[in-house]
Design a protein around this ligand. Structure first.
Ligand code: AMP
Length: 622
């Protein structure tokens, strides 16, 4: 490696990810940077060497500064290290592996990706999309027993990049798409400066030191996991445990194995963790969390109180956003007070409240939350129209509404932008409208948010069919699922003769749930008369439903969704069925076979299939 790569910058404030790592390696090369379940740990020294390896490998196939590398990898240490390595010499664009082929095609084209980085030997829609666009594929090879985050790269054709070597402070390190009011997401370019500033802000807000260990359960294609868990830990010289992603049944095992000092998550995950607390009392007694962090969606004060009581650690709610390289505000650690229901005080950038005309408002006055500071992006890429409305007098308009109290604590009161925040995952409703409208039987479609007890919000769609056409909710949901990732598939579809409009004659997407009277608590009112489960399979399934849904009674004809089920709970139900009955139901079973009776019929069908051996009871063909 060149002298430039080896120089290190211990003692100065790092302004690129490479400098950040090399200064940490110079200070404590042997300390552990990255761990992962079942893998030997990776030190700062080795992480720096691996980063330099990635720089060399990418440069040798013509990828250099300013070039975009789309990364589609499962969560875990390789994803974290690939992200850092790609940023160190080019621009990383992590994409959700759950996207469908058409989504990958869109993103790869929009990014003008120079290469796609994927796991070796695994077929995927991302590869098909790259082949369609003649984008070279780089393959990542890791061994299951190798150090966490070590891998080799193959693929590509030997050539010289336009600009080789290490990226600098102003280079764009990371581009992420953000859902907006239009159907097409906007590109958020984040420089090394932005990322380093944000990582430092998080370190300061949380007093992170070399003694900390973060358990990362957040996806590493989202700003929350990348910056709040991974980069903040590396900026502090701390350790981050990179798990394969959030899986409630394994969470307590990881807590016990790694004794992390903190973790960060979205409220839905916290809720799922709390749901399993009772069975894990002994593990909780052995944990020593210094604090727990929550961000990306509103945390109910009751969940905050339960988490604090359960783990005996403060819950720090923070406010983050992709355009701000994540953190904008955070509740402080003791001795300063945490205020439940607020997202805390400005924690990095300046935070203010602005009216529509662009004037800053005084304490207690509601308006749009605006921010400015070194962690905030300079502007959306190639999007002058969006930038013209997103920035006023140097302030970035978040699209969130709120007020500051006299102590400087920020309360979010609503949203001015048309996104759906489904458990922290942001979705542009217009993207769903467009897919629904592609169905030949659909004349009009409007997707919108409905309240959901677990996710905060979930997706519904109001649909008007073409004259004389008929279509079931199930058919339309399946059609959507072939074109959109699972988390974007509407949970509810309401067929209407016409879509209601507001006073101005326009569809009011933000108030459609209210106009159509679709409230979260109404699901209970759709109960049918309780029919006791009849067969042994129905009885067993009803028991599992009760456990997952945390309710006392379940009838054979009750519908999963009506009892408060959602896709997160459906995942848990499928997992419990696998554990208890040793057979694999498809995830959509909770929706397609919506009652205990229908699911029991599905189970009987799988069990009676002639080739269903005890180890091969899969329901995928159904
Ligand atoms: P993202 O770009 O995916 O990080 O989403 C940013 C948006 O998430 C913000 O503009 C808010 O609407 C929402 N958000 C983030 N943190 C919180 C929070 N603590 N409470 C409520 N909403 C939040």
């Amino acid at each position: 490696m060149t002298e430039r790569l080896r120089s290190g910058t211990a003692g100065t404030t790092p302004s690129s990810l490479y400098d950040l790592l090399s200064s940490r390696a110079a200070q404590g090369g042997r300390s552990i940077a990255i761990s992962a379940p079942g893998r030997p740990q990776l030190s700062y020294e080795k992480l720096l060497q691996q980063t330099e390896y990635v720089v060399g490998a990418l440069n040798s196939v013509g990828v250099g500064r300013g070039d975009r590398v789309a990364i589609v990898l499962p969560n875990g240490p390789e994803m974290a290290v690939a992200f850092i390595g790609v940023c160190a010499c080019s621009t990383s664009a992590p994409l959700n592996p759950g996207y469908r082929r058409s989504e990958f095609e869109y993103y790869l084209a929009d990014l003008n990706a120079k290469a796609l980085l994927v796991q070796a030997g695994v077929e995927s829609d991302a590869r098909l999309a790259a082949a369609e666009r003649s984008i070279p594929v780089l393959e990542l090879h890791a061994t299951s027993h190798g150090k966490a985050g070590l891998f080799r790269l193959t693929g590509g054709t030997t050539s010289h990049p336009r600009r080789s070597g290490i990226a600098e402070a102003q280079d764009v390190a990371l581009v992420l798409h953000t859902s907006g009011t239009t159907s097409k997401p906007k590109i958020v370019p984040l420089s090394h400066d932005n990322l380093c500033a944000s990582a430092r802000n998080i370190c300061e807000a949380l007093n992170l030191t070399e003694a900390d260990t973060c358990l990362n359960i957040m996806p590493l294609f989202h700003i929350h996991g990348l910056v709040a868990a991974v980069l903040s830990s590396l900026a502090a010289g701390a350790c981050v445990v990179c798990t394969p992603g959030f899986y409630a049944p394994q969470f307590y095992g990881w807590l016990d194995e790694y004794h992390p000092s903190w973790y960060t998550a979205v409220p839905t995950m916290h809720q799922a963790i709390l749901d399993r607390a009772e069975q894990n009392g002994a593990v909780i007694d052995r944990t020593s969390l210094r604090f727990i962090r929550s961000s990306s969606a509103a945390l109910a004060p009751s969940v905050m109180a339960d988490l604090e009581a359960t783990f005996g650690a403060p819950l720090i709610e923070a406010y983050g956003m992709t355009e701000a390289a994540h953190q904008m505000a955070s509740n402080p650690l003791a001795p300063r007070p945490r205020k439940p229901g607020t997202v805390g005080v400005a924690a990095g950038p300046e935070v203010a409240i602005m009216d529509e005309a662009g004037s800053l408002l005084p304490v207690d006055k509601r308006g749009e939350i605006v921010i400015r500071g070194p962690n905030v992006m300079v502007g959306y890429e190639n999007n002058p129209a969006a930038n013209a409305t997103a920035f006023t007098n140097g302030w970035f308009r978040t699209g969130d509404e709120g007020y500051l109290d006299s102590d400087g604590y920020l309360t979010i009161t609503g949203r001015l932008k048309e996104i759906i925040n489904r458990g922290g995952e942001k979705i542009a409703p217009r993207e769903i409208d467009e897919v629904l409208l592609e169905h030949p039987a659909v004349a009009q479609a409007v997707a919108f948010a409905i309240p959901d007890a677990r996710l905060g919000e979930d997706i519904a769609a109001a649909v008007v069919l073409q004259n004389g056409e008929s279509l079931s909710e199930k058919e339309l949901r399946h059609f959507t699922a072939t074109n959109l990732a699972d988390f974007k598939v509407p949970k509810r579809v309401v067929f209407l003769d016409e879509i209601p409009t507001g006073a101005t004659g326009k569809v009011q997407r933000l108030s459609l749930a209210e106009q159509l009277d679709l409230k979260d608590d109404q699901r209970g009112s759709q109960h049918v008369e309780l029919v006791e489960p009849r067969t042994a399979v129905e009885v067993k399934l009803a028991e599992l439903w009760k456990e997952v849904l945390k309710i006392d009674r379940v009838g054979a004809n009750d519908r999963f969704l009506d009892l408060g089920g959602d896709s997160m709970l459906a995942t848990r139900l499928v997992y419990r069925i696998r554990e208890e009955m040793r057979l694999e139901l498809p995830l959509l079973a909770a929706f397609d076979a919506p009652t205990v009776a229908a699911q029991a019929a599905l189970v009987e069908q799988i069990l009676s299939a002639p080739d269903a051996g005890p180890e091969d009871r899969h329901g995928r063909a159904l």
